[in-house]
Design a protein around this ligand. Structure first.
Ligand code: CU
Length: 136
């Protein structure tokens, strides 16, 4: 009688162990999404030399994670890259730190999620160093 009762007591325990073993086997680790490895990342190099950018147009996808390597080759002269929603330069998208040449800085920011033609410039030379920041 005592032996029979022990057997019944064991059954739920066996089921419980089997249940947890099954869960563990079926559970696979879920990869953690990383913002920097999204399919919408772009890396650009822009050079400032002779008081000018080497490009007057930068094209990115909407919402792209943008990395810009900014090379300032003008010895002793500060430049930066700043991105605005329009040429009026009233609404900042991203304002890169000024850097005095010769130097290199890296800027990272997310492009607007709405397509459109925006604007970039050097804030130190806002009338001569300008370009279109095209979000598509
Ligand atoms: Cu400048």
């Amino acid at each position: 009688m005592l032996h029979k009762r022990s057997m019944f007591a064991l059954i739920p325990l066996v089921i419980l162990v089997a249940f947890f073993a099954g869960c563990a086997a079926k559970t696979t680790p879920t990869p953690t999404p990383s913002p920097s490895t999204g399919g919408n990342a772009i890396t650009i190099t822009v050079t400032a030399a002779g008081m000018a950018f080497d490009t007057n147009s930068i094209l990115v996808s909407a919402g792209a994670h943008v990395t810009i390597t900014f090379q300032n080759n003008d010895n002793g002269i500060p430049h930066n890259m700043a991105f605005y929603t329009s040429a009026a330069a009233t609404t900042i998208i991203y304002q890169g730190a000024r850097t005095t040449g010769v130097s290199t800085v890296t800027y990272t920011f997310d492009a607007p999620t709405t397509p459109g033609t925006c604007f970039f410039r050097c804030d130190v030379h806002p009338t001569t160093m300008t370009g279109s920041f095209i979000v598509q």
